[in-house]
Design a protein around this ligand. Structure first.
Ligand SMILES: Nc1nc2c(ncn2[C@@H]2O[C@H](COP(=O)(O)OP(=O)(O)OP(=O)(O)O)[C@@H](O)[C@H]2O)c(=O)[nH]1
Length: 383
């Protein structure tokens, strides 16, 4: 079996390795300020481990050493917490952080008249440490909308820290925790495993977020913020896997009329402004389960969930009227635009969505052909 000395040593070496990895990440991703908090956390616990490594296991630590160790381990937990706050784009309070870091050392400061016994001093440290670990865990639980699986590992590790600190505080108070090389061994082993979960979890969280960001960029049209064709295909694939195929779905394709004239007379930027404004209007009338896609230059496709042809017709007419009545403010001028729309209902008996899109596209062609600024639909063959 490993002895505590070897464990302290391996703990210091692994923290040194994490430090190197986080330094590289922080220097490569300068905008991610949270990395520096986590570097501070690793550095503080590395220094704490080194001081502990130098101290005899079964002898009482000097006041000065206790203060150093308490402060460094608290700093490590508090910096983990502040790093998580930064990661989730929340404000941090340096005053609250400093107070929290200093709190467990106050009873053992030289000149303290409180005369608190050593076991109580250590218990106070454990309770403060449990509180800091709970704060870190709470940041992850609060993260809400962000679906990062790796953050669960970190939350679990902080829950482990929190519970073990509380148990240690209780055991110390009831004099049932012997200070021996065995307990030191166990606590170091626990810290080894848990710190691996925390630091590897941090690296995974950053990677997972960067991946999601890249996927979002690849799936989205940068001008309008709507899905592009790739995002549409991916969502379609996902909803197919979740078994949504059987619902009544309608496809609506809209194409702004004479859009080229805007570009030709007012310039490409004016055209862009029209597209952005139109996308905003379109999004405002869509329901949560509907999807809007920038299908081509000035062509937009909408997938309306749980909507039959008649309901899709009502929606399309609303969109047409909204476009016609909207005053598009472009380069200080008010522009009037119109839109031609084609709609088709998806045949739940086996028609592919590509076929429905083709029918909606043919309906759009009819709307253009019949004079624009109108809604046309194509029924399924045989209806
Ligand atoms: N400003 C801008 N223009 C774009 C963008 N994408 C495509 N276009 C332009 O959109 C115009 C589309 O022209 P057409 O296909 O002739 O369509 P239209 O003028 O709307 O005519 P109809 O559809 O027949 O009513 C072209 O001039 C493209 O260059 C874009 O992202 N921004």
């Amino acid at each position: 079996m490993l002895d505590p000395g070897t464990l302290y040593f391996s703990s210091a070496v692994s923290r040194g390795a994490y430090l190197a990895i986080f330094l590289v990440l922080a220097l490569r991703q300068r905008e991610a300020g949270y990395q520096w908090h986590w570097i501070g956390a690793i550095l503080a616990s590395l220094l704490g481990s080194l001081i502990l490594f130098d101290s005899p296991v079964d002898k009482q630590l000097s006041t000065q050493t206790s203060i150093q160790i308490f402060t460094l381990y608290m700093a490590s937990l508090v910096l983990s917490w502040s790093g998580l706050r930064r990661f989730y784009r929340r404000d941090i309070s340096w005053t609250a952080m400093i107070v929290l870091i200093m709190l467990p050392s106050l009873p053992c400061l030289p000149g303290s008249r409180l005369n608190i016994p050593t076991s109580l001093q250590v218990s106070v440290f454990f309770i403060c440490a449990a509180f800091a670990a709970a704060l870190a865990m709470f940041q992850i639980i609060r993260s809400g909308g962000e679906r990062l699986w790796s953050q669960l590992i970190v939350a679990l590790a902080f829950a482990g820290y929190c519970i073990s600190f509380l148990i240690a505080a209780l055991l110390l108070q009831f004099n049932t925790m012997p200070v021996s090389s065995d307990t030191a061994y166990l606590s170091m082993l626990f810290d080894q495993v848990t710190s691996i979960l925390v630091y590897v979890g941090y690296i995974a969280m950053s990677g997972e977020r960067a991946n999601l960001k890249l996927r979002h960029q690849a799936d989205t049209d940068p001008l309008t913020g709507l899905f592009n064709r790739r995002g549409f295909q991916r969502l379609l694939h996902e909803s197919g896997r979740s078994g949504n195929k059987r619902r009544t779905t309608s496809i609506v394709i809209g194409d702004l009329d004479h859009f080229k004239t805007v570009n030709d007379t007012l310039g490409h930027e004016a055209g862009d402004a029209v597209l952005t404004t139109f996308a905003g209007c379109l999004t405002s009338i869509l329901r949560k389960n509907d999807m809007a896609v920038r299908w081509g230059g000035e062509e937009f496709l909408m997938v309306l969930a749980d909507t039959d042809l008649a309901e899709a017709g009502v929606f399309a007419e609303r969109l047409r009227e909204m476009t016609e009545s909207h005053a598009f403010q472009v380069c200080g001028e008010r522009l009037s635009m119109t839109i031609s729309i084609g709609i088709a209902e998806m045949d739940s008996a086996g028609e592919s969505i590509d076929d429905t899109i083709q029918r909606a596209d043919r309906a759009l062609y009819c709307a253009k052909h019949e004079g624009r600024n109108r809604v046309c639909h194509e029924r399924r063959a045989g209806l």
